[in-house]
Design a protein. Structure first.
Length: 143
């Protein structure tokens, strides 16, 4: 069960790629819910390197933690990484994310494929959430 989304963002691929992986940039877009905040973000951008970020909710309590390992790092064209999303209820979801950045008239066509969800229901939950992340990504990329 996979999620596949595309979006044109108003930045060249090198800028879009950097905004996706940079730990400080992730602080601006990885907490798209009203009142949520990225409280920790780390990126070791290399094949075999890891990333993580933790998000707290409006009351300061944990919402989720995402972590993974980079499998392919090909700036500014392609990024492949494992993703483990740890949720406050103790459950976790592990997928493989591929993001490509293709130049389109000075902008970037971003294609996201998040694959390997264990059930259709779990995939549907994340498929509803990804657009919020992409909206926040696009908004903060433009600022």
């Amino acid at each position: 069960f996979d999620v596949r989304l595309q979006r044109v963002v108003a930045a060249p691929p090198d800028v879009a790629f950097h905004h996706w992986v940079d730990a400080e940039s992730r602080r601006s877009w990885c907490a798209p819910d009203e009142g949520s905040t990225v409280v920790e973000a780390v990126t070791d951008l290399r094949v075999g390197g890891s990333y993580s970020f933790s998000v707290a909710g409006p009351t300061g309590g944990p919402m989720y933690r995402a972590e993974g390992v980079f499998k392919v790092v090909d700036p500014p064209h392609r990024l492949v990484y494992s993703s483990i999303m740890r949720l406050p209820d103790g459950s976790s979801v592990e997928t493989r994310v591929t993001v490509t950045f293709e130049e389109r008239d000075g902008n970037t066509l971003l294609t996201l494929v998040d694959e390997g969800y264990p059930t259709e229901e779990r995939r549907d939950e994340f498929e509803r959430g990804w657009p919020d992340f992409l909206d926040a990504y696009d908004h903060t990329l433009a600022s």
